[in-house]
Write a protein that binds this ligand. Structure first.
Ligand code: SF4
Length: 448
């Protein structure tokens, strides 16, 4: 294709989802203005220059970091349940001329000014993962599937992490029992899976599979695939979205993944990746190169996004995200309503927003490339389609749900963020007795 035709195509609004930036965007960051494309594309360079402290933000940005921004970032650190860790790649994609509104900054670098009081019914373990844990590092909720958490470290730390209770080390506001790789404990989890023949599917999450060494990646993958009744494993990593250079330049890790994939294929079992793009701003030519490498190796990648206020809660953004991912050969699988975890009230949207955005996204591309919007029910009811509630009191932001197969006979509730309700409804939530009565009333509509 000629350059002129390429430029013409890039201007067509309907094709913007294919327009992946390929400029040297990191050179706008004063600390990296002389970093070559080759250096920036090296996974070891990315790891070495990852930002883990607020002072490093100021150092990297130089004059771009105003005293106002710095003091807001410091206030954010006093409040957030998550540590800072951010790769130069994703850090450079932030619009530092307006960091306050930037969807990437919002996800990784919390500001004190953005926080709201937690919802009265928030829970550190909102999804009840610890309650449904038969052995360490394993959650067994759905009959045929388990969630395996082999590590609690990640290449970036997301301010909205649903496992903020364990991921990424203690902060000023939360003490955590984090853990690294521990083969003995992994073996206990494999033993449990071996003795539960109903289990067919294992999600290897964490933490992030990017932080496993090639040897660990292979040990986990092959141990699970050798269990006769296991049919599918999925490595969960946010890596492709925030650190694509690992896929393109860490050959040892990539080859280990390919070997597990081939090992699975040799006896008819699936090995796939689940990743986590939330905003189309995270997608660049680097992401495309990483996806091309995975696709050539035959590895399927699916995406799980979280619906977040100011990040992706508009039809335009969600359509662009969905279509860009489809173009990259990433299957947009789920969009989650935000979990009711601490330090995240400013990110949450109403259930109504989720329902309306899904309606608008559906039909914009092929059905298999259209994400299902789900609410992962607080208390461990599992993922339910956003429109499958039993009752929704929109005025007071209370939805009531059932999960007939996962927890027969139980009812679950999910609450909209209070600041998005009418002033009258906000007032009703202020009083403990009134809110309990509203919730009881909503549940009664379902249970009779
Ligand atoms: S990568 Fe996943 S597990 Fe790690 S901090 Fe982000 S959301 Fe949490």
């Amino acid at each position: 294709m000629s350059e002129a035709l390429k430029e013409d195509l890039e201007k067509i609004p309907e094709l913007q989802h294919r327009n992946f930036r390929n400029d040297e965007f990191w050179k706008k960051i004063p600390a990296w203005s002389n970093v070559s494309r080759e250096e920036f594309g090296n996974h070891l360079w990315q790891l070495k220059h990852s930002i883990k402290k607020i002072e490093q933000v100021a150092k990297a940005l130089g004059p771009l970091c105003t005293p106002e921004l710095m003091s807001d970032l410091e206030a954010g650190q006093r409040r957030t349940p998550m540590n800072i860790r951010i790769t130069p790649y994703i850090f450079s994609l932030i619009d530092w001329t307006n960091p306050w509104d930037d969807p990437i900054r919002k996800q990784f670098l919390p500001l004190g000014s953005q926080f709201l009081d937690d919802h009265p019914y928030y829970q550190a373990d909102s999804l009840g993962e610890d309650t449904d844990s038969p052995v360490a590092m394993l959650t067994h909720r759905y009959p045929d599937k388990v969630l395996f958490l082999p590590t609690t470290i990640c290449p970036v730390y997301c301010s909205y992490c649903t496992r903020s209770r364990i991921i990424g080390g203690s902060t000023e506001s939360v003490d955590k029992e984090t853990y690294g790789a521990n083969q003995k404990k992994w073996d206990q989890a494999f033993e449990y899976i071996l003795h539960n023949p109903l289990i067919e599917d294992v999600v290897i999450s964490g933490g992030d599979s990017y932080m496993l060494t090639p040897k660990q990646l292979k040990y986990i993958g092959e141990s699970l695939l050798k269990i006769p009744h296991i049919r599918r494993i999925r490595y969960a990593t946010k890596g492709i979205a925030i650190f694509p250079q690992k896929i393109t330049s860490d050959d040892d890790w990539f080859n280990a993944l390919c070997e597990v994939h081939e090992f699975g294929k040799s006896f008819g079992k699936q090995v796939v990746i689940h990743t986590h793009f939330s905003s189309p701003k995270e997608i660049t030519k680097w992401s495309q190169d990483a996806m091309d490498r995975l696709f050539s190796a035959g590895i399927i990648v699916r995406n799980q996004a979280v619906l977040q206020d100011g990040v992706n809660n508009s039809v335009e953004t969600m359509v662009k995200l969905t279509r860009s991912l489809g173009f990259l050969n990433v299957q947009p699988y789920y969009v989650y309503m935000h979990d009711m975890v601490p330090g995240c009230e400013h990110f949450r949207t109403t259930l109504r927003e989720g329902i309306e955005i899904e309606k608008a996204v559906r039909g914009t591309t092929a059905g298999f490339n259209t994400p299902t919007f789900v609410c992962d029910l607080p208390g461990g009811g599992g993922k339910r389609h956003v429109a499958s509630y039993e009752y929704y009191d929109e005025e007071n932001g209370i939805s009531v749900w059932k999960a007939p197969y996962v927890k027969p006979g139980e009812v679950f509730t999910y609450f909209d963020p209070i600041h998005k309700l009418s002033p009258e409804a906000q007032k009703r939530w202020e009083n403990e007795h009134t809110r309990e009565a509203m919730i009881k009333e909503a549940i009664k509509k379902v249970t009779g």
